[in-house]
Write a protein that binds this ligand. Structure first.
Ligand SMILES: Cc1ncc(COP(=O)(O)O)c(C=O)c1O
Length: 414
């Protein structure tokens, strides 16, 4: 098996396992496809850094002309080290610290998306009237989107965004906020969404909200409909992905119609994809530690798990896995597990019955929300991340050492 033109076995030997391999040609392809759909509608694309952000990756995304969403000082400093232009960075987060608000007020980002009333109040005290900060409000549109469906709940019960009942309060605060320049409205309603109607509903809800804001003297120049565009994770279910072109075309049309109906100028549109741009480009390579034939099932224990991919444990995500070092023949269903001291099932997989300790397993679509969510649980060291493109490889993050893990322990602490 080859990744970016390089033998998976050679990569595993050079960088050890688990190893996250990012195929940069796939990232470029995903960006190009996204642009081809969005550019004709003038839609701005911001990469959601939470999916995966490393300095060299951020530098490359900046060169590709994308905007960037960050939601912590850590993500912001990563972008800064990459030389990402501040004016193309947006600060997100549902519980921003004063340090983050101060960074925004100091123009280390070009925009902020405010997530609540208290945050807006705090920001007005920190913001600088001499350099008003471009400000969007994240609304809670009462739409819950799931993989296959979405519902209008008429009052979404989540921690994110500003509830309809608080809109008057935020407008009152904005009226006196000389350090802020209201520029638009935002919503993000879920992840791995396959249903185009969910995005259309969000866009329509934001246009309706922009009419309420317009009546009170606030013009929304832009509306951002978030990320969450679902990608295929299992080749045996090829239809389980969003039709991105149909979705964006429908959103653009719905916004034009809704804006005309509520008599507001059509706002500029923005999206914030993370997974769609980086997820499918990632493959994780694991070594098999053990193959255990237990009472009813066969368990394949690999050298990763919860600490480097918490997604299956966190929200039941599944990934497709194949044997990378032997033919995928005579397959049997196995439970693929990590080696954390939890029942950290990575998923069910069809793997060769001849699979043995030391074999290599490749798990696909692991570019998003794996490394970025990794921890040192069990004091495991986080894996290396290597980028591949056309037979070349570039290390993006080296494997942590035990010393890295121990670095913040205070030896004389007690
Ligand atoms: C506000 C916001 N925007 C964008 C995204 C990116 O979502 P995805 O990676 O599913 O496209 C997220 C993900 O949680 C988010 O919270």
């Amino acid at each position: 098996m080859k990744l970016g033109g390089i033998e998976a076995e050679a990569l595993a030997e050079r960088y050890a396992t688990p190893l996250l391999v990012i195929d940069l040609d796939e990232v470029d392809g995903a960006i190009a496809r996204c642009r081809a759909v969005c550019d004709p509608h003038g839609i701005e694309i911001a990469y959601a850094g939470k999916a995966l952000l490393l300095v060299a990756l951020a530098r490359r995304l900046a060169q590709r002309g994308l905007n960037l969403d960050v939601c912590s000082i850590g993500e912001l400093v990563t972008a800064e080290r990459a030389g990402f232009p501040a004016e193309r960075i947006t600060l997100h987060g549902c519980g921003k610290s004063n340090e983050e608000l101060e960074a925004a007020a100091a123009a280390r980002v070009g925009r902020i998306v405010v997530d609540g009333v208290e945050e807006l109040q705090r920001l007005t005290r920190i913001a600088r009237p001499e350099a008003p900060l471009r400000t969007l409000l994240r609304l809670n549109p009462g739409i819950e989107a799931h993989t296959h469906a979405f519902v209008r709940t008429g009052g979404e019960d989540t921690k994110f965004g500003i509830a309809p009942r608080d809109e008057d309060a935020v407008r009152a605060i904005l009226r006196d906020a000389t350090g802020l320049r209201f520029s638009g409205l935002h919503a993000h309603v879920g992840s791995q969404i396959y249903e185009p109607g969910a995005f259309v509903a969000v866009a329509e809800a934001l246009v309706q909200a922009s009419a309420r804001f317009a009546r009170e003297g606030f013009t929304a120049e832009e509306i951002v409909i978030g990320g969450g565009f679902g990608v295929m994770t299992d080749p045996s279910r090829p239809n389980e992905r969003i039709d991105f072109r149909a979705t964006i075309d429908a959103v653009a049309k719905a916004v034009a119609v809704a804006a005309a109906r509520v008599r507001v100028p059509p706002p500029r549109l923005g999206i914030e994809p993370g997974r769609m741009l980086i997820g499918p480009a990632g493959t994780t390579l694991y070594r098999v530690c053990a193959v255990k034939h237990q009472a009813r099932r066969t368990f394949v224990v690999v050298d990763g798990g919860l600490y480097e991919n918490p997604r299956p444990a966190l929200y039941g995500a599944s990934h497709h896995a194949v044997a990378a070092s032997r033919p995928n023949l005579d397959l049997q269903e196995v439970v693929l597990c990590g080696r954390s001291c939890e029942n950290d099932v990575l998923g069910r997989a069809m793997l060769p019955s001849a699979l043995r300790e030391g074999d290599l397993v490749a798990m696909s679509v692991t570019g998003a929300y794996t490394y970025s969510m990794a921890s040192n649980y069990n004091r495991f060291t986080r894996p290396a991340v290597v980028a591949v493109t056309g037979g070349q490889e570039h290390l993006l993050a080296r494997r942590e050492s035990i010393e890295d893990v121990l670095r913040s322990d205070v030896l004389e602490g007690v």
